[in-house]
Write a protein of this length. Structure first.
Length: 124
């Protein structure tokens, strides 16, 4: 369930990432049907697409945001060396298997330094 005050990712950008995964999966299926068996053996169907990065403010030692695909509101722990009120960057990646979304990965960084990474659903 979404929370009004929590930042969220742009649905249109998420849709574009999902469409790219679907298109890629369809191309793999088409090449497999044309006898490209060697290429197909190397492909497990898993694909992760970066969707978007947004700014999130640390409050009470957490970065809270709303996630797509029915996941909803989540809060990720932020170590105390990142003060409350700090703007961090939260990036979303969509995890797919054969073009079907199965989860997301969220990374939170500050000045290019990874603070936390969390998967929801299948692992990316």
């Amino acid at each position: 369930m979404a929370t009004e005050n929590a930042p969220e990712f742009n649905q249109e950008i998420i849709n574009q990432a999902l469409q790219a995964a679907h298109t890629h999966s369809e191309a793999l299926r088409a090449s497999a049907s044309k006898g490209a068996a060697a290429e197909r053996r190397l492909e497990d169907g898993a694909l992760t697409l970066g969707a978007q990065c947004i700014s999130v403010t640390v409050r009470n030692g957490q970065a809270c945001l709303n996630l797509p695909l029915g996941i909803g509101h989540v809060c990720l722990p932020i170590p105390s060396w990142v003060p409350n009120g700090t703007a961090v960057q939260a990036c979303l990646a969509i995890c797919t298997k054969w073009g079907i979304p199965c989860g997301v990965e969220v990374t939170v960084s500050l000045a290019g330094q990874l603070i936390v990474r969390k998967n929801f659903g299948c692992s990316c």
